[in-house]
Design a protein around this ligand. Structure first.
Ligand code: BDR
Ligand code: CA
Length: 348
């Protein structure tokens, strides 16, 4: 099995990333930790618990971490992900409680207990991971690997003109994390899934139709002219939930002139963490601007050694959106099919 410890700010694309990991039989999800980002940390936890319930896996631990970034006030983005972070989806009431452990304790304790076995996946701001590093500076060596969704290296941001959301929410945390990785061997360096490649993972209505078909629930009708807020009628509760969430995200992208599409940043990072989508990566030395009001949250990559510093990241340089969607649709479709034949999960 491949053991993954995930830190999220669920979030519509975080939700697809989580459901995808739950769909993969070879993945053992050690725990899910929650950080404030798209919505507050408690709402993130409630979303994760409900998604676990929907996928028939209520036993996975969900722990809350930082409620705010390290040094600057929290900004959330309800206009992007909906008031609860999950678009138009109405999630089931979770049967399980939030873990009594703090997210930082989960990271430190689990990674120490399973040295060299856990792949970390962070698809929200890096606050919890930075705090865990302060407690256990050996984290980079103790982890098997780390995959991060964050940054933008073609200097087109999605939050400011140059900054990507996850880094922009907590630039100080991101800076600390990259500093901690200087001088580590290349196979331990974090894989950065940044905007220039994650924005290529453009989910279209036809992908949702294919998901409905893969689930054996019939094609899902998702059209640009569908009235805002109209609920999915899919026979699969999981497909209906994802469709209702993603339709909100599509409307957001359309509002911003990007077309009726949804960028599945975090789902790509999850596929990359499992090693089931092709990509290439380049070594680089990465730093984050934290001082300038104009450029705060901007990630800068030195590919040529101009700073005279060792590389501290591997940045995804190319990916294959169609193969990524193939993987997401077939895996999540199969999970939706299994959950329909299993019926509703037993509580607890
Ligand atoms: C990132 O920002 C969030 O809104 C998404 O969930 C993703 O993790 C993309 O910039
Ligand atoms: Ca996210």
């Amino acid at each position: 099995p491949q053991t993954i410890l995930m830190d999220v700010d669920t979030g519509i694309d975080d939700a697809l990333a989580l459901v995808y990991l739950l769909s993969r039989p070879e993945v053992h999800l050690q725990a899910i930790t929650c950080t404030a980002g798209n919505v507050g940390a408690r709402q993130v936890a409630l979303n994760n618990l409900a998604l676990l319930q929907l996928c028939g896996r209520p036993g996975v631990e969900v722990a809350i971490g930082a409620e705010a970034p390290l040094e600057i006030p929290l900004v959330t983005t309800k206009e992007t992900h909906g008031p609860q972070g999950i678009g138009y989806a109405v999630l089931p009431a979770p049967a399980r409680r939030i873990s009594p452990r703090h997210a930082v304790d989960v990271w430190v304790e689990e990674v120490r207990a399973h040295p060299g076995e856990i792949t970390g996946l962070v698809t929200g701001p890096l606050t919890n991971f930075a705090l865990a590093l302060r407690r256990e500076p050996e984290l980079p060596r103790l982890l098997k690997g780390l995959v991060i969704m964050g940054g933008s290296f073609n200097y087109q941001g999605n939050t400011t003109p140059t900054a990507e959301w996850n880094v922009s929410v907590d630039p100080h945390a991101a800076r600390e994390v990259f500093a901690a990785y200087r001088g580590l061997p290349a196979d331990k360096l974090p894989l950065l899934c940044a905007l220039e490649t994650t924005e290529r993972i453009e989910l279209l209505p036809l992908h949702l139709r294919r998901l409905g078909e893969a689930a054996g629930a019939g094609p899902e009708l998702v059209l640009p002219e569908q009235p805002d807020g109209l609920r999915s009628t899919s026979a699969s509760p999981l497909v209906a939930c994802l469709s209702d969430a993603i339709r909100f995200y599509m409307e957001f992208h359309r509002l911003h002139g990007q077309g009726y599409v949804a960028h599945m940043h975090d789902a790509f990072a999850a596929c990359a963490a499992v090693g089931r989508t092709p990509f290439t990566a380049r070594l680089a030395t990465v730093d984050v601007e934290t001082g300038s009001p104009l450029l705060i949250g901007t990630t800068v990559a030195d590919f040529r050694g101009l700073w005279g510093l060792p590389p501290n990241a591997r940045i995804v340089a190319s990916n294959n959106p169609e193969q990524c969607f193939e993987e997401l649709i077939s895996s999540v479709g199969a999970l939706a099919r299994r959950s329909m034949s299993a019926g509703p999960p037993a509580p607890g």
